[in-house]
Design a protein around this ligand. Structure first.
Ligand code: NAD
Length: 505
């Protein structure tokens, strides 16, 4: 990345309880997507910088792991209150670097806070198991113990929520943490780190290393990193999983998506259209749970849906995320906006009907911003690239199916299996869908079924590499190691050597 800019704000690492540039040799540009201006220069961490962050985290581990869980939880309680105190300031930072509208930015902070609230109950989650008298005068106890230093690598689209899917549970379980946020919107992780310190978290327990793939590669190969949580695109998720497991680490790597919403002929179409507008165009489609494919069953359903979507799209208010009434902000970078716009051309070339073309939207007064209007394709077929590939922008593809069975097959045949939804008034259809669909998160008349913090989040197929979903009970399992002890104390029993397998007879 070039650094030909007059911007003076430097965004640095956070290591050992303070902001540190570690003599940053290279920096990347951070934009305000609504203006197109460079607003900051982020340090791009080197292998040496990662070594320093991991060293600090490893040093802090023993004392933190020995801190009783309810004391760790108390610090997270205070952190929760501080985030709430600062929520307006934090949301403004998200909108300034990501572009999403302020209410959406606030929403992601709240969803992150719910994971903190779950982590505040960690003493209950770590209670372990005890069996009395598994043999005469012998007891068994199972514990969950922290892993050590764990790393988190996050994408640009949720700079608050995705890091908060990871570190609250990891810290509550007694691990120390090194976070590598997206270099596109890197400020929020540092702000969260400052609030953790203010809440009383000991130095070195939570650290942030800024950077790109160099920092990621250093984390994946570092001998003292025990586990890696990754969220991002599928090719990188697969690479992270392969590389980190080859280095002996525990890995959960959440990848990309192509989420389908099936609309049955008996669905409430007003409800379905309102749901689709939010799910396809909210956050400019830059959500891993965005609906990017709608599958109406029957041509009558498709025609009615299409007509209503065209009307709704004409009313969609696109503009800077800081403006009241705006419903959809810009895309994150110019390169990403251009990539999404290119997909519109690819779809037309393949024979899909571009019913609404977001490239036609004008943004007077905001020409420098990375804006694109919402688009709608009809008559998309499964062989087309715009169907197979994740576009990650405000583009909805309509694939017409003639039966429920055909719609279900479409969802199940797609390489991604993150989320999916069905809109129907029929309980049996909904139940069959839930039972048979191959996706990790399912909505029944709910378009974006993101699980609450006390459940776990994750997809199937090429939307997740690894065995554990993220946060909730799966998060506790991921960030702890299971240990079982069998105990006996000297008593009057005469003990003889046993040469056969003990059978507790
Ligand atoms: P990305 O894969 O480009 O980047 C994610 C992280 O990986 C960033 O921190 C980045 O610095 C790093 N990275 C990028 N390229 C790398 C490489 N070659 N080697 C090593 N590290 C690399 O993803 P993004 O564009 O920031 O985010 C959008 C993607 O994330 C979409 O595909 C979206 O579906 C996905 N996502 C998935 C979920 C989920 O829960 N499944 C949630 C949010 C986002």
């Amino acid at each position: 990345m070039t650094t030909t800019t007059t911007a003076t704000v430097h965004i640095d690492h956070y290591i050992d309880g303070r902001v540190d540039d570690l003599d940053a040799e290279t920096r990347g540009e951070v934009y305000n997507p609504a203006t197109g201006q460079v607003t900051g220069l982020v340090a791009l961490g080197t292998t040496k910088d990662v070594d320093e962050a991991v060293r600090v985290a490893a040093t802090a581990f023993e004392a933190w792991a020995a801190t009783p869980p309810h004391i760790r939880a108390r610090i997270l309680f205070r952190f929760r209150d501080l985030v709430e105190r600062d929520i307006d300031r934090l949301s403004a930072i998200i909108t300034a670097e990501h572009g999403k509208v302020l209410s959406d930015a606030r929403g992601e902070v709240v969803r992150g806070l719910e994971v903190v609230e779950f982590a505040c109950g960690i003493p209950q989650q770590l209670k372990g198991e005890f069996s009395e008298n598994v043999s005469r005068a012998v007891d068994a106890v199972s514990l969950r113990q922290p892993l050590g230093v764990v790393a988190g690598i996050s994408p640009f689209n949720f700079p608050a929520m995705v890091p908060m899917w990871m570190f609250p549970v990891a810290l509550a379980c007694g691990n120390t943490f090194v976070m590598k946020p997206s270099e596109k919107d890197p400020t929020l992780s540092v702000e969260l780190a400052k609030l953790l310190t203010e809440a009383g978290l000991p130095k070195g327990v939570f650290n942030v290393v800024q950077g790109d793939r160099t920092a990621v590669d250093a984390l994946l190969a570092h001998a003292d990193v025990e586990a890696v949580s990754f969220v991002g695109s599928t090719p990188v998720a697969e690479y992270v999983h392969r590389t980190a497991t080859a280095h002996g680490k525990r890995v959960q790597a959440l990848g990309g998506a192509k989420n389908h919403m099936v609309v049955m002929p008996d669905a409430d179409l007003d409800q379905a259209v309102a749901a689709l507008m939010g799910a396809a165009y909210g956050s400019a489609g830059e959500r891993c749970m965005a609906i990017s494919v709608v599958v109406p069953v029957g041509d009558d359903t498709a025609d009615a849906l299409r007509e209503r979507l065209v009307t709704a799209l004409a009313d969609l208010k696109v503009g800077p995320g800081t403006q009241d009434q705006v419903e959809m902000g810009p895309l994150v970078t110019k390169a990403h906006r251009d990539k999404v716009a290119h997909y519109l051309a690819v779809g037309v070339d393949a024979g899909a009907e571009l019913v609404v073309d977001g490239r036609r939207n004008q943004f007077p007064g905001h020409e420098g911003g990375f804006f694109l209007g919402g688009s709608l394709f009809d008559h998309v077929t499964p062989d087309m690239r715009i169907y197979r590939e994740e576009i990650f922008g405000p583009v909805l593809a309509m694939v017409r199916a003639q039966s429920f069975a055909e719609a279900l097959q479409l969802v199940n045949d797609h390489e991604f299996g993150n989320g999916t939804a069905i809109f129907t008034a029929d309980g049996n259809t909904a139940r069959t869908f839930l039972t048979k669909v191959k996706a990790g998160m399912v909505g029944i008349n709910v378009p974006i079924p993101v699980p609450m913090a006390f459940h776990s989040f994750g997809g199937w197929k090429r939307s997740l590499f690894g065995d554990h979903h993220i946060h909730g009970p799966e998060g506790v399992r991921f960030y702890t190691r299971y240990k079982t002890a069998t105990t006996r104390w000297p008593d009057d029993t005469k003990v003889r050597a046993e040469y056969s397998m003990p059978t507790h007879g």
